[in-house]
Write a protein that binds this ligand. Structure first.
Ligand SMILES: [Zn+2]
Length: 168
């Protein structure tokens, strides 16, 4: 894409703004984005491209990103372990509730009937609480998983930018 003034346009790697690259800029020359000030190197291959000139800040971002990924992986592992315990807890409580209802389901006296009702109510509340914590944990798992995916994608993008810039 060359216009009459002999300048081609390429997008800023950082802010995606179009930068005019005059023909006098040779392969490997530095050019600054007029909008955000990011310094680029000109790449004249089969088509004009710009890569980041100074990969220092990118490497810093990548280091931070790697720490974030590590933290999220640990959080996810922790949430998974806690989720497993919660799911088992529900099973145990369910068996306990069924056992109680079964044992007390043939009331001989009014007293036993009331006990049975009490056990059923308490079991119901316990199950409800277990169910709530199950859903909360599942939501937390999904949220951390999503954050981790995003962080990994960001890291991949940064690595790609650094690789491209290092080739010139
Ligand atoms: Zn820019």
């Amino acid at each position: 894409m060359t216009n009459e003034t002999g300048a081609a346009k390429a997008r800023c790697v950082h802010c995606r703004e179009e930068i005019s690259v005059a023909d006098r800029y040779a392969h490997g020359d530095h050019i600054k984005c007029g909008v955000c000030g990011t310094k680029h190197k000109v790449v004249r291959g089969d088509r004009l491209r710009l890569v980041i000139a100074d990969v220092g800040p990118l490497r810093d971002s990548l280091a931070q990103n790697e720490k974030l990924v590590e933290r999220l992986e640990a959080e996810l592992a922790h949430a998974r372990a806690s989720f497993g315990i919660g799911a088992n807890g529900i099973g145990i409580r369910l068996i306990y509730a069924l056992y109680q209802v079964g044992v007390n389901s043939a009331p001989i006296s009014q007293g036993l009937a009331l006990t049975s009702l009490g056990v059923a109510l308490v079991s119901g509340l316990l199950l409800e609480a277990a169910n709530w914590s199950f859903l909360a944990k599942r939501n937390a798992l999904m949220r951390i998983g999503q954050e981790l995916d995003e962080a990994r994608a960001e890291g991949q993008k940064l690595r790609q930018l650094i690789r491209e810039a290092s080739k010139i």
